[in-house]
Design a protein around this ligand. Structure first.
Ligand SMILES: [Fe+2]
Length: 567
């Protein structure tokens, strides 16, 4: 046997040892096959099929051919077995591609080591054997082993409502009770009903109004906002005892704040009652808001999370090349961040869906919803299997459209690999001690339309308004269809360390009172529909958050040569 052949087989044995994590006895019969010999190739074809069959697996013909044509078929077989999810029955090209990507990434490390002058069989043995320590040896960081995902809040399998009138009453009472309790910690308010029996001219002036200089505060759900003919702003509030109107005069400081008030949110207003006691002249508007200095949690290890959304696989404008660049980047060791990513979060719109907007069928490359999710599974399989992928649904996904939305059912998620976790929308999760509130963000349409200064070009600004209101979807009855669950799942009770949304297909990141706010863009180019709506997406650019430092950076996969960008 030639020395080269010895080297080749030696390398393969060590590769086998390293790769053998399960089904490790299935490769014995092809261990000594030489892949370049024609007769051996014929045997390999049979043996490859048999080896997978021993594990109860079938393999597609084209996948067999790809394995045969690879430089190291035996290594590839091992790698496929190592990466396979238990649910896989038929091995396809995508399984081979995932294994090949992983194999190539490891070979890169080996090459770096062999460059230091080691050669021959012994060198080959050493380099492969040393691969596990290679990261330290050449300064390459190991991928952080992800800790388990803790789901802290999620509607999945907890929905109880059917949409009755009584349920809506209960839902808004729950909203009022919880948010007014938060405001009540900072505002000494009175029930609206009590104002009907009180006027500053009356002798029975309450002590607290005396001490507050005649100021009165009430807390309620915003029932209506309107402008008077003279340009003042009226806000009608409602609590469980009645209605009352406040007015912000256009030449007063509270006027700008009053313009920020949206329907159905819970606020407090403070001011002076009119002489007839029928209206409150607003001096101040109080939102539930988060404390001024929320101290965010930090991960103890340097683990990173890739924040993404709006994949829209199935659309003709899905950016295949950008996604491929993403997968290659994750598997590479060129960017330190890539190797530190333990999690990828997809905040909704995994697929483009069917019939979501007018004439959508003209813009679909895949017009079957099952096929769209199968394609999504293939996309996820392109990513390293040691990265945890967390998937929430959006308004394009195949779950109920009323929010909160449960996780994708197994009907659609069945082809996802074992490293994919499906959660609801919204959901609060904990990764390495850091709380991340994930909401697809359909309510951003309503917020941007209602609040002066908010825009699609600055989505994190609109998301900060959610934090200020301690509510992800305050406006009822416009774009967002709300399911009247007994608990208002949109209320931000527990202050997150990261608020992550998508939906608007633009990007942005900022910090608000200690909370990192990120909108994660899309993987879909501009559609005809978006063009008609004058929506200009910024796809293919992905935020990456370091959970230890809470620093967010962006990676441009659409135009990788342009490198880092700022949002
Ligand atoms: Fe989307």
């Amino acid at each position: 046997m030639a020395a080269g052949a010895i080297n080749h087989h030696s390398r393969r044995r060590f590769s086998q040892r390293k790769a053998r994590t399960r089904r490790n006895t299935t490769i014995e019969s092809i261990r000594n096959l030489a892949p370049k010999c024609k007769s051996c190739v014929a045997m390999i074809r049979t043996d490859i099929i048999q080896e997978f069959a021993k594990s109860g697996l079938l393999i597609a013909q084209e996948a067999v051919i790809t394995i045969q044509e690879s430089e190291t078929p035996l290594d590839l077989v091992n790698e496929i077995l190592k990466h396979l999810d238990e649910s896989v029955v038929v091995i396809g090209q995508s399984d081979v591609a995932v294994a090949q990507t992983s194999l190539n990434a490891r070979k890169k490390v080996v090459k770096s080591l062999t460059f230091h002058g080691q050669a021959g069989e012994e060198a080959e043995v050493l380099t492969v054997n040393a691969t596990e320590e290679a990261d330290m040896a050449i300064g390459q960081p190991c991928r952080q082993k992800p800790q388990p995902i803790k789901v802290l809040a999620d509607i999945t399998e907890c929905s109880t409502c059917v949409g009755t009138y009584e349920e809506f009453v209960r839902y808004f009472r729950n909203r009022y009770d919880r948010l007014s309790e938060i405001i009540g910690r900072r505002l000494n308010s009175r029930p609206i009903e009590s104002l009907a029996y009180w006027s500053p001219r009356q002798e029975g002036l309450f002590d607290e109004e005396r001490s507050a200089g005649g100021k009165t505060s009430i807390v309620g759900i915003v029932n209506e906002t309107r402008d008077t003919p003279n340009g003042h702003r009226v806000i009608d509030l409602e609590d469980s005892t009645g209605y009352f109107s406040g007015i912000a005069l256009k030449n007063k400081a509270a006027y700008d704040a009053a313009l920020q008030v949206v329907l159905d949110e819970v606020i407090g207003i403070t001011g002076s009652l009119s002489s007839d006691g029928k209206v409150l002249f607003i001096d101040n508007v109080t939102w539930p808001d988060i404390p001024p200095k929320h101290e965010p949690a930090h991960a103890e290890s340097d683990v990173h999370v890739a924040l993404t959304s709006d994949v829209h696989i199935g659309s003709k404008t899905f950016l295949t090349r950008a996604w491929k660049n993403f997968a290659d980047w994750l598997a590479s060791s060129e960017d330190e961040r890539a190797q530190k990513i333990g999690y990828v979060i997809v905040a909704g719109d995994v697929v483009d869906g069917i019939g979501v907007f007018p004439n959508q069928e003209e813009e679909l490359a895949i017009d079957d919803i099952d096929d769209q999710y199968a394609a999504a599974a293939s996309l996820f399989e392109m990513l390293p299997s040691d990265v945890s992928i967390i998937v929430a649904p959006g308004n394009h996904d195949a779950v109920r459209q009323a929010e909160p939305q449960p996780a994708l059912s197994n009907d659609y998620a069945k082809s996802f690999s074992g490293n994919v976790t499906c959660i609801g929308n919204p959901s609060l999760i904990e990764l390495c001690g850091v709380n991340i509130l994930i909401y697809h963000g359909r309510a951003l349409d309503d917020i941007i339309a209602a609040i002066p200064g908010c825009s699609y070009g600055n989505p994190d600004g609109a998301m900060r308004e959610m934090l200020k209101r301690r509510h992800l979807s305050p406006i009822y009855g416009n774009r967002v269809s709300i399911a009247p669950e007994s608990n208002d799942h949109f209320i931000i009770d527990s202050i997150p360390d990261i608020l992550h949304s998508g939906h608007v297909h633009t990007i942005g990141a900022s910090r608000y009172r200690g909370v990192t706010v990120v909108n994660s863009g899309a993987w879909q180019g501009q559609t005809k529909y978006q063009r008609s709506q004058n929506i200009n997406p910024r796809p293919g650019i992905m935020p990456v958050c370091n959970l230890a430092s809470m620093e967010t950076t962006f990676v441009n996969f659409l135009e990788p040569d342009k490198g880092l960008i700022s949002a």
